[in-house]
Design a protein around this ligand. Structure first.
Ligand SMILES: Cc1cc2nc3c(=O)[nH]c(=O)nc-3n(C[C@H](O)[C@H](O)[C@H](O)COP(=O)(O)OP(=O)(O)OC[C@H]3O[C@@H](n4cnc5c(N)ncnc54)[C@H](O)[C@@H]3O)c2cc1C
Length: 498
């Protein structure tokens, strides 16, 4: 019912208004609607009632007959920009680790409640231990423990248990002669961190997976446990449901402005540095030209592929080149296609997620002879990111020939569907950015995961909550993922990006 429409005469307005006004006032201030009066009469009485209400609620937005649950509150301790898997994971961990129940007022702002463009729902749900950086391996090890015990973390009383649909089929990475030494080195690190990964010679590979053509392969690494794929929606909705049950606020709207106070300082070399503190987040809600200001103490940038834009709202990257102020957050959308095909003669149930020496990959999809896969394009071939249209030629030219060469059964596949999604791509070193900005000291990042953010969401959420609440990473040290590396030009390279 809109705010200007009076309720039906049968509705007891006295009772509606009794609670905010206190006992004894209801008869005096509530409109009485009688049978036979015109719509205009009722509108007039209703307007009068609202005017009187303002006496008791000056400046208030009390509106009993309008659903305002999507609007942000006027203030929050922490505002999280982006309600994807990362944003909700941060919200969940903040509530879980807060020292006292209800100590923190946390708000998640999401511009698109249908998640039509968000990476989370468009990902292929993979989790692996086979990274080259200890931090990424540790994040994956924590995530698998989280996923295997998801109901111990995310169950909500009286709600159905979560079924993450984990397929523990492993990842199989193939290496050419040229890359074999790097693979060997990576596996050494993975084992040091506690991952169960084995190396396979071409002969061992053929014995285990006879459907693979081993031509051009010098070495393979295969995850023996804790790798496979799961349902991304289940993780997102599970985190969201749990966080809401713990008192997190959510709002549907786009963060369009971040208002800061500025303190200017001079460095010893005479350079002016502006230290900023965001004190208000402006949220533009649907069907309104106005923005809702939310007073806040901390802002978390978890806007995925769009987090570079959100950083700019705080002035990050706007300054002289080569200065900290002029260093932008190097995260942008990169379009990735996923194709689904049917091939009853394909590798079958025991197929892991395989990545070829050419970069193309596939995995089984369900049990009916379906597979999905794709390939990241070369830097110079990156498609435009104005929409999520699929380029079907890309499959014909850049994916199918390589996969059919590697798995001859795929010569007879038939493509049945396809989709595209955006990687939250860190153009600097394809790795996450976690922790505060050095100059905008109350903006924290949780972004830039470049194709592995879904599986790392549980650990990243915990890490951000730790650094925010305790000032340190307590469980996994993610200091190497700080923003400062962009200014210093120090890459934290992950070799295994798919
Ligand atoms: C095809 C594909 C396959 C992938 N496969 C895997 C995989 O196998 N394993 C894996 O770990 N990862 C995978 N990923 C990557 C993974 O999906 C992402 O890293 C992860 O989902 C990032 O989560 P997020 O919450 O940061 O981003 P998102 O899910 O994109 O959420 C960010 C949200 O922020 C919102 N937002 C943006 N700007 C604003 C604003 N100004 N105001 C309010 N809201 C805003 C957006 O609407 C969006 O919903 C894949 C990605 C793609 C595209």
């Amino acid at each position: 019912m809109s705010s200007g429409t009076p309720p039906p005469a049968s509705l007891s307005l006295e009772r509606c208004a009794a609670r905010p006004h206190g006992p004894g006032r209801q008869g005096r201030y509530c409109p009485r609607f009688t049978v036979g009066e015109t719509e205009a009469d009722r509108d007039g009485k209703w307007a009068e009632f609202k005017k009187k209400l303002q006496v008791f609620w000056p400046g208030g937005s009390w509106e009993p007959f309008t659903d305002t649950s999507h609007l942000p509150p006027e203030h929050a301790d922490v505002v999280i920009v982006g309600g994807g898997v990362i944003g909700w994971s941060v919200a969940y961990w903040l509530k879980r680790l807060e020292a006292r129940k209800n100590a923190l007022r946390v708000l998640v702002v999401e511009q698109d409640p249908t998640y039509s463009m968000a990476s989370t729902g468009l990902s292929i749900g993979g989790i692996r231990q086979q990274f080259s950086l200890p931090q990424n391996i540790q994040l994956s090890l924590f995530s698998i423990e989280f996923l295997r015990n998801i109901n111990e973390y995310l169950a909500v009383p009286d709600e159905p248990l979560l079924d993450i649909q984990f397929n523990p089929s492993g990842y199989l990475l193939l290496a050419s002669e040229e890359k074999a030494a790097v693979m060997e080195h990576n596996v050494k690190i993975q084992r040091q961190e506690g991952a169960k990964v084995c190396l396979l010679s071409p002969k061992q590979l053929k014995d285990k997976f006879p459907w693979i053509n081993t031509e051009g392969i010098a070495l393979a690494s295969y995850g023996l446990e804790n790798e496979g794929w799961f349902d991304p929606w289940c993780l997102l909705q599970g985190l969201r449901r749990k966080a809401l049950s713990m008192g997190v606020y959510h709002s549907h709207g786009k963060v369009v402005n971040l208002v800061s106070s500025v303190r200017s300082m001079m460095t010893s070399s005479g350079e002016q540095v502006d230290l900023k503190r965001i004190y208000e987040v402006h949220v533009k809600v649907d069907n309104s030209l106005e923005c809702q200001p939310v007073e806040c103490a901390i802002v978390i940038n978890a806007a995925g592929a769009w987090s570079g834009e959100v950083a700019e709202l705080a002035g990050i990257g706007i300054g002289s080149p080569g200065t900290l102020q002029g260093t932008r957050l190097p995260v942008e959308p990169r379009k990735r296609y996923v194709y689904v095909w049917h091939c009853p003669e394909g590798p079958g149930l025991e197929a892991p997620l395989l990545t070829d020496i050419t970069g193309s990959y596939f995995r089984r999809e369900g049990l009916g002879g379906y597979y999905l896969g794709g390939c990241s394009p070369m830097e110079e071939e990156e498609p435009d990111t104005k929409d999520l249209e699929v380029d079907h030629d890309f499959f014909q030219k850049k994916v199918w020939p390589y996969l059919a060469q590697r798995i001859p059964a795929f010569n007879s596949l038939k493509v049945r569907s396809a989709w595209a999604g955006f990687y939250d791509y860190n153009t600097f070193d394809q790795n996450g950015i976690v922790g505060p900005h050095p100059l905008v000291s109350n903006m924290y990042f949780a972004t830039g995961f470049s194709g592995h953010g879904l599986q790392h969401a549980p650990g990243v959420g915990r890490a951000v909550a730790e650094v925010l609440l305790n000032g340190n990473f307590n469980t996994i040290d993610l200091n190497p993922f700080s923003f400062n590396r962009f200014y210093r030009g120090k890459k934290v390279l992950e070799n295994n990006i798919i």
